[in-house]
Each structure stands twice: as structure tokens, then as C-alpha cells.
Design a protein around this ligand. Structure first.
Ligand code: IPE
Ligand code: IPE
Ligand code: MG
Length: 260
């Protein structure tokens, strides 16, 4: 269950002048970054870890509260075995190397996704990192690994059904409470690097009203400046959630009820 209940972002209008509270990123383009340099794809993944470090630092400096990074999709097992195994080893090594630094910086670390296919050593490293950082609140850093949006929704539905056998209907709140991001508000801003414009089975349910930003920058080249571009683009938008512009002006003036 959620530590804290969040109202669906489709019901509350966030203040756009602010930095997005929750940013979710599909970190794509590592392979192409390497290929451009005549390097093996693995070199791109290794540089991708550097970009993760820089992005976490920038997110903290900008005051982002939740940063969710897609590191490995449930479909990525289809890649050559050698690459999959390299990515898993990189995950283990990065965790072991970075966890104390994450903790010192007040970062709460979580992993979402199906852990059942991970090696025990990786599962233990994840659990240790989650435990160590459990009380931190400066930035909620979530890594999506062996994650799929459909898996997330289906797992949530199955948990709801298990708790209410024979239930005639399931409501949105009970699904929200069982989703793997139940601790966070829905993403305000979604970023995908690497030029593709698709969701690739990332947070399907939670992206219902998220603002999208696509950039051709390849993930290893992503940095604080690139993050700022995405944030500026976000701040230029009008999030209407089905309302009219005029209603939003009235909302800002406090003349209309913010909810409903
Ligand atoms: C993203 O980069 C990292 C993972 C999916 C693990 P890619 O490896 O997909 O890089 P491209 O898309 O081949 O350039
Ligand atoms: C999607 O990247 C997931 C991650 C970044 C982990 P891919 O590069 O595998 O996406 P598709 O399959 O090409 O859409
Ligand atoms: Mg890719």
C-alpha cells in the first residue's frame, strides 16, 4: 500500500511555473552513441551510467522530488544474451559502487519491475540499497528494471482481485494503491532521449496526463543543460486536463474549485 495517498493528477491542476515534481525518463540511445564512435554497444551503456549520475545531481539541484528512470524493459530480454548479461553486471556494479553516495545525498532509492528473473546477487543488492535509503526524502530515485507497464497494471489488478475475491467491480483508487509507483504522484514530465517517439511499455497507466518531451540527444550525452531544456518546454505548456484555458485562468484566481 502507498505510504501516502495521492490524488490523481487528472483532478488537481499543478502550478506550471514550478519545476515538475516528478520526471520520468526513457534513457535511450546508448547503442547508437557507441556505434557513432566505432565502439561496442557496451561502451555506450557504461557511459549511460555517467549520464544517470549527472541527471540525478541536476534533478536534485533543480528541486525535482521524484526521478524515475527506465533502465531495462521487460522486452529487453530479447537482446543478445551477451548484452543482457553485461547490462545486469553493470547494474550490480553501479549499485555496489554508488549506493553509499546516494545515501549520503539523501536519496531514497527504489527499483520497480519484476525481480523474479534477476540473479540473487542483484536482488540482494537492490534490497540492501532500498533498506539503507528507506528514510531519505531529498529525492525519490526509482529505477525501472525488467519493468513493463502492462505487467504493472495486470499485477495491480490481480492483487486487488486477490484481496476482494468475487468483487463485482474494481475502482481506480484500489488500482492506484497497488501499482508499483503507488508512493509517488503521477509523472508531470516524461522525457525520451534517442529520437524515438514511443512509450515502449513504460508507465502506461501513470502517463495518462503527463507532458511529453522527446529529444534527439543520445542518452550518454544527456546532462543538466538538456534537463533544463525539457523543464523549460514543460513550463511553457498549459495543462488543461480537459478544461478550457479560461477555466484555468479562473482557477489560478481562485474563483473556481481546483478539484472536480
Ligand atoms: C538504452 O539504449 C538502454 C537500454 C535499453 C538498456 P539502447 O541500448 O536502446 O540504445 P540504442 O537504441 O540501440 O541506440
Ligand atoms: C526502452 O528502450 C527501454 C529502456 C530505455 C530501458 P529500447 O531502446 O529497448 O526501446 P524500443 O524497444 O526500441 O522501443
Ligand atoms: Mg534503444
Amino acid at each position: 500500500m502507498a505510504d501516502q495517498a495521492y490524488t490523481s493528477s487528472t483532478l488537481v491542476v499543478p502550478d506550471l511555473n514550478k519545476v515538475p515534481r516528478h520526471i520520468a525518463i526513457i534513457m535511450d540511445g546508448n547503442g547508437r552513441w557507441a556505434r557513432k564512435r566505432f565502439l561496442p554497444r557496451m561502451a555506450g551503456h557504461a557511459r549511460g551510467v555517467e549520464a544517470v549520475r549527472g541527471t540525478i545531481r541536476a534533478a536534485i539541484e533543480r528541486g525535482v522530488e521524484y526521478l524515475t528512470l527506465f533502465a531495462f524493459s521487460s522486452e529487453n530480454w530479447r537482446r543478445p544474451a551477451e548484452e543482457v548479461s553485461f547490462l545486469m553486471q553493470l547494474f550490480i556494479k553501479s549499485l555496489q559502487k554508488e549506493v553509499s553516495r546516494l545515501h549520503e545525498n539523501g536519496i531514497r532509492f527504489r527499483v520497480i519491475g519484476d525481480r523474479s528473473r534477476f540473479e540473487p546477487v542483484l536482488v540482494r543488492a537492490i534490497e540492501a540499497a532500498e533498506e539503507l535509503t528507506a528514510k531519505n526524502t531529498r529525492l525519490h530515485l526509482t529505477i525501472a528494471a525488467n519493468y513493463g507497464g502492462r505487467w504493472d497494471v495486470l499485477s495491480a489488478l490481480n492483487r486487488v482481485l486477490a484481496r476482494q475475491p468475487g468483487a463485482a467491480r474494481i475502482d481506480e483508487e484500489s488500482i492506484n494503491a497497488e501499482l508499483s509507483m503507488n508512493f509517488a504522484p503521477e509523472p508531470d514530465l516524461f522525457i525520451r532521449t534517442g529520437g524515438e517517439q514511443r512509450i515502449s511499455n513504460f508507465l502506461l497507466w501513470q502517463l495518462a496526463y503527463t507532458e511529453f518531451f522527446f529529444t534527439d540527444a543520445l542518452w550518454p550525452d544527456f546532462d543538466g543543460k538538456a534537463l533544463d531544456q525539457a523543464i523549460v518546454s514543460y513550463q511553457e505548456r498549459e495543462r488543461r486536463f480537459g478544461r478550457t484555458s479560461e477555466q484555468l485562468v479562473a482557477l489560478a484566481g481562485g474563483e473556481v474549485e481546483r478539484h472536480a
